[in-house]
Design a binder for this molecule. Sequence first.
Ligand SMILES: C[S@@+](CC[C@H](N)C(=O)[O-])C[C@H]1O[C@@H](n2cnc3c(N)ncnc32)[C@H](O)[C@@H]1O
Length: 317
Amino acid sequence: MSETDAGHTPVLLSQVLAGLNIRASGTYLDATFGRGGHAGAILQNLIANGRLLCLDRDSEAIADASARFASDPRVTVFLAPFSSLAQCADQVEPGLKFDGILFDLGVSSPQLDDATRGFSFMQDGPLDMRMTRGSGISAADVVNGAPLNELIRIFREYGEERLAPRIARAIVKDREAQPFERTLQLAEMIARVAHSREQHKHPATRVFQALRIHVNRELAELEAGLDAALARLAPHGRLAVISFHSLEDRMVKQFMRRHSSADSMYAGLPDIPVHARPKLKLAGKAVQAEETETSLNPRARSARLRVAERLTYGKAA
Ligand SMILES: C[S@@+](CC[C@H](N)C(=O)[O-])C[C@H]1O[C@@H](n2cnc3c(N)ncnc32)[C@H](O)[C@@H]1O
């Protein structure tokens, strides 16, 4: 089966492979397996003593990974959030480090396309949005239970929605009569009270993004995942991150910038102690998909890839 048949076309594939600078006998981590488009391609570049760890917090993604790679001794699969990547690595080998780590953030096409997951404002389904089915709060819990100010904060902070107060007030008014249970119920109500300024963008786009980020604690996960990845990169190991919206991309950019310069406390001093020296070196600028890719896969339009390389000094760092 091709990757497309499997349900998810990997974005920026050749750029990711180049960015990871794959060594055939290296150890790699795909922190967001999805349907394994990137993982499969990484594996094709590894020889028998190469290793690939695959993580995803969605049991359906991990069922797919297990089915595809169960008999491949180079591959180990974990159902886990990437904030716990160090614990997963330690199960393979205590202190295991990676020559490359990939994060391809957000949701996969199979998650979006399955109406029962509740991610889509285009198809009717339960208002759920949990990447790990049945774990934690659902989008319906938030929409029906959060106070007005909390809804405004969520829509503003995670959706950058300028109409956050208007939409939140309409939700609070409507939910008294009837709780929100379905995706289209919410999407249609938002379309009635708010018009998108952005052409071709459904008025509910930003609210759905905000709810998904909130429900899955995506920004806290990303923060913890990036820190854990930095600690587990081998010398010259590459960190590659694909993000799909400005909030994530800003976090990734700031993280890479922060770790690619020396601690400002030591600015101007001739000898910077090892612990305060840069830990990363940026590997070029952010990369976006070419027209040839976006015409085949519109999802790639908003993708942005950033890559950095681990620096080490002597034994420490
Ligand atoms: C864009 S898809 C990855 C697609 C994959 N690169 C491919 O080629 O098929 C993102 C995946 O990351 C998973 N994911 C998102 N946040 C996660 C987290 N914090 N920990 C683990 N997996 C996560 C989602 O469940 C989803 O399957």
